[in-house]
Design a protein around this ligand. Structure first.
Ligand SMILES: Cc1cc2nc3c(=O)[nH]c(=O)nc-3n(C[C@H](O)[C@H](O)[C@H](O)COP(=O)(O)OP(=O)(O)OC[C@H]3O[C@@H](n4cnc5c(N)ncnc54)[C@H](O)[C@@H]3O)c2cc1C
Length: 281
């Protein structure tokens, strides 16, 4: 069972940072992941008094405080309009509404969990992690960094015009994902983030000039380019793309290439066919 000797609700980020430098201190978010462990911590650091539980939308950005819940992500109109529902799609199957009401963005991104839907979806955007000491770090770089004792303060999403789609595969609804994939088109190139490989997500940027109306063959080539990040993915899957309705059918036994190919192609199809976002807006 998790043990906490003392609990401090901090008054500012400097205090949180200082307290967190001790090895037996821990910042608490929603505590869903923490409570699964058996560690005895000296000090639990609570950031809930710092007003970091808001999504602030401006003309240029979304600023998402570390204490924002996954449910707030799911229901935020501006963020979901901007991402054509990709954020909602990414979090909607994480356990249940009660869980998502308290699981935080900070805990989800800081953890850089291999299975993370949350990390994957933000990696396909023009997004940055803001840490108290280290400052602003592109989320794809943050995803590859080792965990340290800095405080994750917020996520900034720049409103770069984007078309995007999110796909995940689960054995059963609300189970951990077997594969996560976010495909986006921004700044005239495609970005494909693939997670649950089973390790943490990686993003591949295709700068070869594939247009928005990507063809099946072009999407296939892009998908094959992502195979390099797919090493170690679950191999015993048979996946069939239903081109008519854009859904994915998972069966037993096929190879890693197909596994990499399908979510990317699906994402690309869904984006270009449904014309989800007008990039000129
Ligand atoms: C049963 C279960 C099923 C899940 N299924 C999924 C799933 O399908 N898909 C998915 O994407 N995720 C899933 N998750 C992960 C979940 O969505 C959250 O990412 C996870 O619970 C962490 O969020 P939290 O707020 O509970 O963080 P906590 O458990 O409170 O913290 C997690 C870690 O982050 C650190 N931390 C928290 N906030 C900060 C901060 N601001 N700065 C620095 N460090 C910080 C903590 O010290 C701790 O080490 C699952 C979790 C559980 C327990």
């Amino acid at each position: 069972m998790l043990q906490l000797k003392q609990y401090i609700k901090v008054a500012n980020l400097d205090e949180a940072y200082e307290l967190n430098q001790k090895k037996n201190s821990v910042i608490v978010g929603g505590m869903h992941w923490l409570k699964m462990g058996k560690t005895a911590y000296g000090t639990a650091i609570d950031l809930s008094g710092l007003g970091l539980d808001q999504i602030v939308e401006t003309d240029e950005t979304f600023e998402i405080g570390c204490m924002v819940s996954l449910r707030q992500l799911e229901t935020h109109e501006g963020l979901n309009t901007y991402t054509a529902g990709a954020v909602r799609e990414a979090v909607k199957d994480i356990v249940g509404v009660q869980f998502r009401n308290t699981a935080t963005v900070g805990g989800s991104i800081w953890g850089r969990y291999g299975f993370s839907d949350v990390l994957t979806v933000f990696m396909a955007m023009d997004a940055y992690v803001v840490c108290h000491k280290a400052g602003e770090i592109p989320i794809c770089a943050y995803a590859q960094m080792k965990a340290d004792r800095d405080v994750l303060v917020k996520i900034i999403v720049k409103k770069t015009p984007i078309c995007m789609s999110y796909q995940a595969m689960r054995h059963a609804k609300t189970d951990f994902p077997m594969l996560t994939c976010a495909a986006s088109y921004m700044n005239n190139c495609w970005t494909v983030a693939v997670g649950a490989r089973p390790s943490r997500a990686k993003a591949v940027v295709d700068a070869s000039g594939l247009g928005l109306k990507v063809t099946e063959e072009e999407a296939k080539q892009l998908a094959l380019d992502t195979v390099g990040v797919q090493e170690g993915a679950v191999k015993q899957l048979k996946i069939k793309l239903d081109k008519e309705n854009g859904c994915v059918d998972i069966r037993m036994s096929c190879d890693v290439k197909e596994l990499g190919y399908i979510p990317v192609v699906t994402g690309a199809f869904l984006i270009s066919r449904a014309n989800v976002n007008d990039l000129t807006k």
